[in-house]
Design a protein around this ligand. Sequence first.
Ligand code: NAD
Length: 346
Amino acid sequence: MKILVTGGAGFIGSAVVRLAVARGHAVVNLDALTYAGCLENIASVAADPLYVFEQADIRDRAALDRILAAHQPDAVMHLAAESHVDRSIDCPGDFIETNITGTYNMLEAARRYWVARGKPEAFRFHHISTDEVYGSLGAEGMFTEDTPYDPRSPYSASKASSDHLVRAWHETYGLPVVLTNCSNNYGPFHFPEKLVPVVILNALAGKPIPVYGEGLNVRDWLYVEDHADALLLVLGKGALGRSYNIGGENEARNIDLVKTICGILDQKRPKDAPYADQITFVQDRAGHDLRYAIDPSRIRDELGWRPSVTVEEGLERTVQWYLDNEDWWRALQNRDGVGQRLGTKG
Ligand code: NAD
């Protein structure tokens, strides 16, 4: 299959690109290389004849038309997005433009391309989204694919909007779409402003490890390479127009996740005092959703997918990766906003 991946220089998109090429798919990686994009993430496939990179912005409709016509993909996997909740609090406009208008452009460009080719049944537009569209849970319950949308941050509202557009393009124009809504990812190549890398890198630097509020927010953590595997499965076998929730079956409170990472570092890079001594509670995020939890029954029962690693195994691999790849993260620490407290301008 030839797959056009948007956002393939980002954290999850690059895992999809690497896995797709490893499985013999041709990949066209369309990415604008914003502050979050990094060509080092796909350096391992850059010279592969199956791989092509196109620097383009999904807000630029003409560029999308040109790239689709030039490469003639069999499927689109749409991951390009502004993805950081804290940045969405400070600069919501960027999220509206890329996540909503950009997805609209992708849908229209894909639809015109699909129509021009005679509406091939096998074509797929796979929209990659988040569990955050469902809002916040209390202590009980889980998100199913039928949970009503209730987004509460500019990020999740923009992703929810894009999900609605994708469903509308399926119902109205018959565009062959599949959707996935995934829980929090972690793993190699995670941009150093997100929780897991912040914990690892601040711990190693001897700096305070910031934990929002009391650290009681609960997330379901999924290893990024498991997510990429699930996405390729849904692309190949997902039912038309259907959405699938993807989770790691690994619920953890933030404070417990942070302490687990500190414990792994204590073993791998011991120092005089435990890393957990650096944990510092800071002002909570505005509108911080309390708990997300994924009911993964549909993808498990219909497509036979389960995560392959526990959060303990995945975090151990992740910490080791950051210890082994200092050049990668040091270069990104100079980028705009990294290392600063974001999300306080509201
Ligand atoms: P990321 O921020 O690491 O990467 C986003 C990529 O998109 C970057 O390479 C960036 O350069 C590119 N991009 C941004 N704006 C663009 C534009 N206008 N045109 C073209 N390219 C642009 O994000 P991620 O964490 O890899 O997330 C990828 C997707 O998965 C997003 O759609 C996100 O909503 C979704 N998602 C993420 C998580 C998570 O835990 N990170 C969980 C569920 C779903």
